[in-house]
Write a protein that binds this ligand. Structure first.
Ligand code: SF4
Ligand code: SF4
Length: 439
């Protein structure tokens, strides 16, 4: 059988063996949580609680700050100790943060109107998902109620569940597919009702045969096809997943809905089930804690706002730790402070020793074209770097600067150890700022 795949990409060591056989455990709740009002893509949420206010688990503490934004809820039952600015590793600046001290065991404020999804209409389902504050949990944190409600002219006929989990080290999606397949199926059925799609696929890399087999057994009587994909990074990128499964190409600058597809990550689908059926807002998530510098790697359910240090203390850090990342080594963000709290998009915490993270000295480009051959977006990474270095941002944009998905395949394959992604991110920021200034 020919497995779905895409052009380009790389084969880094997957390192899934560190945590793939560890069942998901529920981590203890910390005494204090730090909840960012930027726990989603789009406009920051607006704080709606006050200092010293008592809050229940699941109570709204932040309301959407715009059309593309999301509700934020208290992950614990306790008291608001402070509302302050705290550094946010994705925004790269301090953002409003609600600090809550746990004072009691969970006293839940569940979502009004939850229950039997079969007796709900599209509007009710979307409203529950919106009020639950659900966002893309694969990392992008795009508000799910917006993604599930495309404009009427964009007819969606295919729903794809992203179980590729191509990022090295991470195994939470794999464990979720093994342990929560029934919840996954309910989440799929809810989305089928909302989108009225003709076909549902679950894409899983072929290095997870246990998940493929299990999902095929649980979903055997359903209109859901489990699609094994060739193991290759970045197979989990939306555009490459869509191409590998359907053969449809998302146009440059376009979105999956432009080709009639909606993609949702495995964790997001389970969160949808928990919101609609159980009434639970998104206040916790599954994540993998792994890496060669971790004593006891594993998969955990962690409350949003839990400091990374609290999680790392639980698994134990080895003395040789050099770098801690939110996410995996390819697309993760290096933490400059391990007190940074877990966000809705944090799919893993990876701690690595110096022998793995050691950064080599950048050498001049030797025009080997290795970066070109691996780029899954068909870009010329060496040229993008050169144009950004020369501050020719408009020219870089003309050859696809904004199409780069920051997968890092180019840097991984470069014999001169050029950190393309660093230049490309910088180039994008400057280009957007200049474009705004020219309006
Ligand atoms: S240029 Fe961007 S999309 Fe292409 S390989 Fe590099 S990081 Fe990935
Ligand atoms: S892989 Fe590195 S050395 Fe080779 S062309 Fe690209 S930037 Fe230059």
């Amino acid at each position: 059988m020919v497995l779905g795949t895409f052009k380009g990409g790389i084969h880094p060591p997957v390192k899934k063996e560190l945590a793939k056989d560890k069942p998901i455990e529920r981590l203890e709740i910390p005494d204090t949580v730090y909840v960012y009002m930027v726990n989603h893509a789009g406009a920051p949420a607006k704080v709606v609680v006050e200092k010293d206010q008592e809050v229940k688990t699941g109570q709204v503490i932040g309301e959407p700050g715009g059309f593309i934004s999301a509700f934020v809820h208290s992950p614990v039952t306790g008291r608001v100790m402070d509302i302050k600015k705290m550094y946010h590793p994705i925004a790269g600046r301090p953002v409003d943060t609600v600090v809550i001290q746990k004072t009691a065991e969970d006293d839940w404020e569940l979502l009004e109107g939850h229950g039997d999804y079969q007796n709900m209409d599209k509007k009710q389902l979307l409203d529950l998902i919106k009020r639950a504050g659900i966002v893309g949990m694969g990392g992008a944190m795009f508000p799910t109620h917006v993604k599930l409600n495309p404009p009427p002219e964009k007819k969606i006929d295919i729903l794809i569940i992203n179980g590729a989990e191509c990022e090295p080290y991470l195994t939470i999606d794999y464990r979720t597919m093994l342990e929560r397949a029934e919840d996954l199926l309910k989440g799929i059925k809810i989305m089928e009702k909302i989108l009225d799609v003709e076909k549902v696929y679950v894409g899983v890399e072929d290095n997870k045969p246990g998940a493929i087999k299990h999902l095929r057994e649980v979903f055997s009587s359903e209109n859901v096809q489990i699609v094994p994909l060739r193991t290759k990074y970045p197979q989990g990128s939306e555009k490459h997943l869509i191409y590998a499964i359907t053969g449809r190409k998302v146009p440059r600058g376009g979105l999956p809905m432009d080709v009639g597809v909606v993609v949702q990550n495995v964790g997001t689908v389970v969160a949808i089930k928990e919101a609609v059926v159980d009434g639970k807002p998104l206040v916790e998530r599954g994540l993998t804690v792994t890496g060669e510098a971790v004593e006891n790697p594993g998969n955990f359910i962690v409350r949003i706002g839990t400091p990374a240090k609290f999680v790392l203390d639980h698994v134990g850090l080895k003395d040789n730790v050099e770098r801690v990342l939110f996410g995996g080594p390819m697309m993760g963000i290096a933490l400059r402070d391990i007190n940074i709290p877990v966000m809705k998009g944090t799919s893993g915490i990876t701690a690595l020793p110096a022998e793995i993270t050691r950064t080599a000295v950048e050498m001049p480009c030797i025009r080997c074209a290795s970066c070109v051959s691996v780029c899954p977006m068909g870009l010329q990474p060496y040229l993008l770097v050169k144009l950004v270095q020369k501050k020719r941002h408009d020219d870089a944009a003309k050859i696809g600067l904004m199409d780069c998905i920051e997968c890092g395949s180019c840097a991984y394959s470069c014999p001169s150890k050029i950190d393309h992604v660093r230049y490309i991110k910088l180039g994008k920021t400057v280009y957007k700022a200049l474009r705004g200034a020219k309006k």
